[in-house]
Structures are given as C-alpha cells and as structure tokens.
Design a protein around this ligand. Structure first.
Ligand code: 8YV
Length: 339
C-alpha cells in the first residue's frame, strides 16, 4: 500500500480515486466526502486525457464495462484497489492485480434475483416469440388470427438445463422449478449441496453430466463466467448435442459461445431459437448476423439493468472501495490480494 502518496486532512487520509463510469449522486458523494475524486470515462474521447492523468495518481479505481488490462494497470503505479460495479471480473487482468497486491472487489449477491428475472423474461420471450409477434401488431399485420407458423413452444413443464449453477443459476432454477413446474438439471464443476445452499430446490434440481444435460433439456441456459476454461465452450459439438428443437439462452458472458457455430446451428441444425443478452463483442456490431436473425432475440446486456439493482451494485462497490482504501477487508472482495 502506498499511503505515502495520500494527502493528510485532519485525521482522515484522503486518497486519489478515479471513477470511470457514472456513479449515482449519493454514492459519488460518499466517495467525495472521504477522498479526492476524478470522474472520467475513458470511452469518451474528450474525457480520455483527464482519465489518463488521474490514472497515474489513482489509488482507487471504481467502474465497470471497460477492460482494466495489463497495459492500463501499468499506467497506474499507485493503485491499491479496483472496485468493479459488476459481479463478473473478466474485464480485469487478474494475474497483474494479484502479483501487485491490488485488491479487486466486485458485487455478488445484490443482482441475483434481477438477473434471474431478466433471463426468465428472455426465455419466455424467445419461446413464445413475444418480440416478433408484438412487432407484427405494431406494423399493422394483425389482420387475421395467427396460424401455426407463428405459434410458440410451451415453457411450463419443460426441462431446463443450466450450464453453471452459481447464485444466479440457482435463482433461475427457483423460478423454473417452483413457479413453472419445470424439471431442472444443471452442469457445474461440482454438484451444489442443495441441503445447505438451496434447500427449496432439494429434489427439484439435479446435477448431471454435460451430455445428459444437452440430450434432455428443452431450454439450455448458459450462466457461465468467462475464464480460460469456459471461453468458446458453447461450440458446434455442444450445440449439435442439444435435443432437437431446443432453445438456447445466454445470460452469462458472450465469449463463452462461438457465435459462428450458434448461427450455423440455427440455420443448418435443429436449434429452435436463441435468446441472447450477452455477446462476444458489446455493443453488438451492426454487421453481426445475430442482430437481425429471425430466430434470435437479442438484448443489450440488460441482466442487472434495473434502477434498484444498479443502485445496489453501485452502493456495494462504493462500500467495498471505501473499506479497502481504509485498509479494512471489503464486504465483497474477489482476490484477497496477497502477492
Ligand atoms: C452488468 C454484469 O452489465 O455484473 C455483471 O457481471 O454483467 C452486469 O451486471 C455490468 O457489469 C455493468 O455494470
């Protein structure tokens, strides 16, 4: 920790904090009360010089949706803490943070139910073709009862297969099993002890090998974090092993899917449809065929995007940062940062 760079004011040690994504005013005020804060968004060219100058001084960084990679960290020699307003940490050079003893904080827990709501909404919209059929009404084409060609597929009672069974996966499983009478199967690195972690799902969610999950699931929902072991995991082989007519939903990270393979499975395989909240490149490039494919329901990464939840995430990230800069163990630390 480089407290020699801190500015002494009364008893409190004021440090340099760089906010690289807009914070709600009440959370920004908490930071400003304790530290010297610069707000600069590196994605805006006009703010880049201010961002670069603040980065060179920063002891604390807080923000989201921007790659904090090795090159960026090399320009932040005083950095002590990075506080991400996200649960996913794939934007951060974890090895560099660990090697330099920089604490990384994130926001698990506060977004689980909201992301599960979003994923379930996407699942229902995709299976019942809500977006497409609403568009038909808007465009004035509802001139007769819709026919079989526009029917959807049932959700209730169908089998849900979850790739990844963390807190959010479990929240999705509760909706499916307890609300929609869906048998739930999941594949994760290791089975979850439901008795202690999710007693309400006991007897209602079963850990199965990946091939069994793919063969049995009417809906395959990917809620995978992005890591070396999950990058490109949803590939041609995996998609080809899905039950004919299955629907694929991705609410985790886009790069866990080989998008070309997904398109191929939609056009030449038996996949019925895909609902995607995340993409390998975000925002989704205009040229991506996933943007306009008739059997893809694309969303602009809205998993946690409600007023309540984004505020809760910002508040937790702010608390994490304040605690870590004060030398306390943060409420939600990802790497305990011992080099
Ligand atoms: C947010 C997310 O989109 O928390 C995450 O990991 O993917 C989302 O909740 C994002 O990080 C922006 O705050």
């Amino acid at each position: 920790m480089t407290s020699s760079h801190a500015v002494q004011s009364g008893d409190a040690v004021r440090k340099h904090v760089l906010v690289f994504r807009t914070l709600p005013p009440d959370q920004l005020a908490r930071l400003q009360a304790a530290h010297d804060v610069t707000v600069a968004d590196p994605r805006k060219p006009e703010e880049r010089p201010r961002f670069d100058a603040a980065l060179a001084q920063a002891q604390g960084l807080i923000g989201a949706s921007f790659p904090v990679d090795a090159a960026l960290l090399a320009r932040a020699p005083r950095l002590e803490v990075v506080s991400s307003i996200s649960v996913g940490v794939d934007n951060y050079a974890l090895d560099v943070l660990q090697a330099r003893g920089i604490v990384l904080c994130h926001t698990p827990g506060v977004l689980d139910e909201t992301v599960a709501d979003s994923v379930f909404a996407l699942l229902m919209a995709t299976s019942r073709r809500l977006v497409e059929l609403s568009q038909l009404v808007r465009e004035g084409h509802w001139n007769k009862n819709i026919g079989e060609d526009l029917f959807g597929s049932d959700v209730h009672g169908k089998t849900l297969g979850l790739l990844g069974f963390g807190r959010i996966g479990q929240a999705i499983a509760r909706r499916a099993a307890l609300g929609f009478g869906m048998p739930v199967i999941y594949h994760a690195r290791r089975p979850v002890d439901l008795a202690t972690q999710a007693p309400e799902l006991q007897g209602k969610a079963e850990h199965v090998p990946l091939p069994a999950l793919l063969a049995r699931s009417d809906f395959v929902v990917a809620m995978l974090p992005l890591s070396d072991s999950t990058r490109g995991m949803v590939n041609a082989d995996l998609l080809a092993a899905m039950k004919p007519g299955a629907i694929f939903i991705n609410g985790g990270r886009g790069a866990t899917v080989v998008e070309q393979d997904l398109l191929h499975a939609l056009d030449h395989g038996t996949l019925r449809a895909a609902g995607l909240d995340v993409f390998a490149t975000e925002p989704l490039p205009l040229a991506s065929p996933l943007r306009t494919h008739p059997r893809v329901t694309p969303l602009p990464h809205i998993g946690s995007a409600t007023h309540d939840t984004r505020h809760a995430m910002a508040a937790l990230a702010t608390t994490n940062l304040l605690q870590a800069l004060a030398g306390e163990r943060p409420a939600a630390v990802y790497n305990p940062a011992h080099p």
